[in-house]
Design a protein around this ligand. Structure first.
Ligand code: GAL
Length: 662
């Protein structure tokens, strides 16, 4: 796999690569032999890129797309948006990168709202109708009777092109990324982004955001309830109520609700909780940051606050120096809200024509706001790792330990977000809030525990949602499963960090040679060994496609899969599953490390591991990552253990037993 860079014209000054972390890969100048013939033209509309694309190729990516999986034939306009309700490209995290089943992907280095036409036919490319077709003899022509049928993307028999239009720009850098599989290509893109993020061990545990109106006593009571109910939880999030002013923000503790912030955070920490603070970047006049930020902010206010220009290093320093004072009392993460656009939600944000002191305009800043905000907060956190939240990301964001979320709530769309996020170097949490029924709540919690961040966002709920629905025991069971998986998850993220391999990804990433993978939009791989096929309320059965896989030593061997909950063995292919659990399958030959579930992770946590061996594991190894679990530059050791369960001495892991599932 390789990355090639090619420049056309004179690229704009404000582009994602200028602000991105250093790539962790080499880049070759110029296109390789065999690359498509790329045509680039400039006009007063901007830059237009056109090149042939196989009409049968799968096209995936473009960031957090909640409404569509296969992008072939579609038009995508990449605009940062808080309410992405249609399959238009609008997204909390639009990313100008796509990947194909033709052995390449492409990253377009732009912060503009670029338009991608993923398979258009240029005039003259279609084959002429035959004489028979012209006469229209025989069968009657088809007439659609629904708009869905009418406008469904059609298979093209003609030669198709990808056309990309970048407004205003008179030049652009393209990164052409080749690889044998989508997984290779996406991993390379993530290394171009500086490698995937490495969360702290505790960041992968349970995460609960308290009601926005809670005071410090109510937060402490909530913490005690988690421990007394024995529901695992590592992180408590405080919503707007911790601040004296929100919309816009003061970043000052509210002296009525939180008169003792340092003591509260300390008590929570003694109970094993990390604390995450909600905020957005719009800075209120009462904020201690307001005066100093004046010269470094845009020319429009949002909710009466300043919009800091985080593309200027000094702005980031001013902001993060102040935020550091919050970290100094023990805050270990942030939720960075409202840094996406408001085209469909009341228009609260700054206009696209806004001007910022660096020279960046509002449109470009909308594409950069989330990533620059993450950079700012990471400086405040210093050498301490986090797994935080953000509502906007864009290009080259893999290294930021911030998970995306949304105010939208359709469970199916949230699952689509999980499946799609892995194409674009972003992480997504299908967060759980209220539910219509116990069944709805359980189905949503099932999905979230098998995602990058196990988040319950109760910002408008006075109590844990499972109490009213009477399903506390089931929710406890699910969060305990999450804790059992922590060592496995940690290895998944280590791979993301060191090789760029996305921890959560669509099946087509690994199995593009199998036709079923092409449009498989409701299943995903959770690490290398687990396949997850979530279900939503009202569903009690579904088809699950289990890939054949390949086995290097025996290409005729077809992979078997095991039900994670029952141990039942399944042949590959389409299987019909009836279950109230979430369908999760483990690939044969996996040595899955399962930890005895803990209520939370501490710095001295030691895992008692049951090594579950699925099928013949005589040649398999399980990798376990040991480090201090919290520092950015912590040395990391990779321990390997085989079917005998014997492992070198270490601090973090002890193999208690090997369990065989045959
Ligand atoms: C929203 C955010 C919610 C919650 C709320 C608090 O914008 O998406 O999760 O934090 O603000 O006001």
């Amino acid at each position: 796999m390789s990355i090639y860079k090619v420049r056309y014209g004179t690229p704009e000054e404000f582009v994602p690569t200028r602000f991105a972390p250093k790539p962790k890969c080499s880049i070759t100048e110029g296109l390789p032999q065999g690359a498509p013939n790329i045509d680039c033209a400039f006009s007063r509309r901007g830059t237009k890129i056109t090149f042939p694309i196989d009409p049968k190729a799968g096209v995936y990516g473009f960031g957090l797309q909640l409404k569509g999986f296969q992008q072939r034939g579609k038009k995508k306009t990449l605009r940062a948006n808080a309410d992405p309700l249609s399959d238009s490209g609008d997204s909390h995290a639009p990313v100008p990168f796509f990947v194909t089943t033709s052995g390449y992907g492409m990253f377009v280095d732009t912060a503009r709202y670029a338009e991608f036409y993923c398979g258009k036919v240029k005039r003259g490319s279609s084959a002429k109708p035959s004489a028979e077709q012209a006469q229209n003899t025989g069968t009657a022509s088809e007439v659609a009777l629904s708009t869905d049928a009418l406008y469904a993307v059609r298979e093209s028999t003609a030669d198709t092109v990808m056309t990309i239009e970048i407004p205003f720009a008179q030049g652009v850098d393209l990164y052409y990324i080749t690889g044998d599989t989508i997984l290779d290509i996406v991993s390379s893109y993530n290394m171009l982004s500086g490698g995937g993020c490495m969360p702290p061990l505790w960041g992968l545990g349970g995460f609960y955001r308290c009601c926005g109106q809670f005071d410090e006593n109510q937060v402490l009571e909530m913490a005690e309830r988690f421990r007394s109910l024995d529901i695992p939880c590592d992180i408590l999030g405080l919503e707007p109520g911790w601040q004296s002013q929100t919309y816009s923000c003061s970043y000052l503790w509210d002296s009525t609700r939180f008169p003792h912030p340092a003591e509260t955070v300390k008590r929570l920490s003694e109970m094993g909780f990390h604390v995450n603070l909600w905020e957005h970047a719009f800075t209120h006049p009462t904020s201690p940051l307001y005066e100093s930020l004046q010269p470094y902010s845009g020319d429009y206010e949002v909710w009466g606050g300043l919009v800091p220009d985080f593309t200027i290093p000094h702005t980031r320093k001013l902001f993060s120096d102040y935020q550091k004072t919050l970290c100094d009392i023990g805050i270990s993460g942030f939720k960075l809200d409202e840094c996406d656009g408001s085209d469909f939600t009341g228009g609260w944000t700054f206009p696209n024509c806004a001007q910022f002191p660096s020279g960046i305009d509002g449109e470009q800043y909308h594409s950069m706001f989330g990533t620059m905000y993450c950079q700012t907060q990471l400086s405040a956190l210093g050498n301490v790792r986090t797994l935080s939240e953000v509502r906007n990301l864009g290009a080259l964001a893999a290294s930021y330990p911030f998970v995306l979320y949304s105010d939208l709530y359709a469970h199916k769309d949230f699952i689509m977000g999980v499946v799609n996020s892995g194409f674009s170097g972003i992480l997504w949490s299908p967060e759980v809030r209220h539910a219509d029924s116990a069944e709805d709540l359980i189905r949503r919690v099932q999905t979230v525990v098998f995602s990058a961040q196990a988040l319950v966002n109760a910002w408008y709920l006075p109590d844990m949602p499972w109490i009213a629905h009477g399903c506390t025991d089931e929710i406890r069971r699910l969060f305990r499963i999450r804790m059992q998986l922590l060592p496995y998850l940690y290895t998944m993220f280590y791979d993301y960090h060191t090789t760029g391999k996305p921890p959560v990804r669509a099946l087509v990433c690994d199995y593009q040679n199998e036709a079923e993978a092409f449009n498989c939009a409701d299943e995903y791989l959770f690490g290398d060994s687990m396949l997850v096929a979530p279900m939503t309320a009202g569903e009690h059965e579904r088809d699950v496609w289990l890939p054949k896989g390949t086995n290097e030593s025996d290409s005729n061997h077809e992979t078997a899969w095991y039900n994670f909950f029952t141990g039942e063995k399944y042949e590959c292919g389409m299987q019909h599953i009836k279950t109230e659990d979430i369908p999760v399958f483990v690939k044969e030959g996996t040595l899955l490390p399962l930890a005895a579930p803990l209520s939370h992770i501490a710095s001295d946590t030691q895992f008692e591991i049951t090594l579950r061996a699925y099928g013949d594991c005589s040649a398999s190894v399980c990798r376990l990552i040991e480090d201090d679990g919290v520092s950015v530059d912590a040395p990391m050791k990779v321990h390997t253990v085989g079917i005998d369960g014997v492992m070198e001495d270490n601090f973090r892991y002890r193999i208690a037993e090997v369990e065989h599932i045959l």
